[in-house]
Design a binder for this molecule. Structure first.
Ligand SMILES: [Zn+2]
Length: 253
């Protein structure tokens, strides 16, 4: 019976989401229940490793901030992260990075990782393979010129098709989604963003947040304080992957 209620709740959550596919609602559920195979296919599509968060030796998680660089919020996000000794990954939109090159360099110089989030925040399933390639390549070129070598790609809206993963690989990028959707883009109160993240936070979580929403900035100090009390260390996605690979090897031992 409770399973039925859960299934209905997730269906309703999926239907009520105006901008994201049903996958986002499924992911939080999977992350909470630690089904590694499903987690791999949906969080990290096309990955060469099987994620085994249950075998992680350390309680780590990855914060990700999409849609910047954002001149209004990112300087504050950087200050808050520094105060809490936390690092994160920023999935920048190429046209925003072109407008804010200094901010882009500041993010990288502070030890955070920078990923590719297309040039104009397009929904890739509406684009043919050549257009998809251009959306990724243009941002890579811009980032390279700023001295940043991106390794990760996150498709806007979590939307990708059968061409996207190989196009990303051809551009030297691994595609990654998230396990926790903070839903900050709905402009919900900061306390709700905070509670949603903390409720679902488990070892290995990848948290979706956005640079261009004020509630993210307001929720971040409490998230970092509460996570630290819970023994969580926030890492870049590259470190996240290294630790995940180690957990996979440990599982095989
Ligand atoms: Zn986005």
């Amino acid at each position: 019976m409770s399973r039925l209620i859960l299934a209905l709740a997730f269906l309703l959550a999926a239907l009520s989401s105006p901008t994201l596919p049903a996958r986002a609602a499924e992911l939080s559920y999977v992350a909470r229940h630690g089904k590694a195979d499903f987690l791999t296919a949906h969080l990290y599509p096309g990955a060469s490793i099987v994620l085994a968060p249950q075998h992680l030796r350390e309680n780590i998680a990855a914060l990700t901030f999409d849609d910047g660089p954002d001149a209004a919020n990112d300087p504050e996000i950087l200050r808050i992260l520094a105060e809490h000794d936390a690092v994160a990954t920023f999935f920048v939109v190429g046209r925003n990075a072109a407008k804010h090159p200094r901010l882009l360099r500041e993010i990288a110089a502070a030890g955070h990782e920078i990923g590719n989030h297309t040039y104009e925040h397009v929904r890739l399933i509406t684009q043919d393979p050549q257009q998809q390639d251009a959306a990724l390549r243009r941002t890579n070129t811009l980032l390279s010129a700023a001295g940043v070598a991106p390794r990760w790609f996150r498709p806007p809206f979590g939307s990708y098709d059968e061409h996207t993963l190989s196009i990303a690989r051809a551009n030297g990028l691994e595609t990654i989604l998230w396990t926790i959707d903070s839903k900050d883009y709905r402009d919900i109160p900061a306390a709700v963003v905070e509670d949603r993240v903390m409720r679902d936070l488990t070892p290995g979580s990848v948290i979706l947040m956005h640079s261009n929403h004020r509630n993210t900035v307001e929720a971040l100090p409490n998230i970092l304080t509460r996570a630290k009390l819970a023994g969580v260390r926030f890492v870049t996605l590259t470190e996240w992957k290294a630790l995940m690979e180690r957990a996979t090897v440990a599982q095989a031992d």
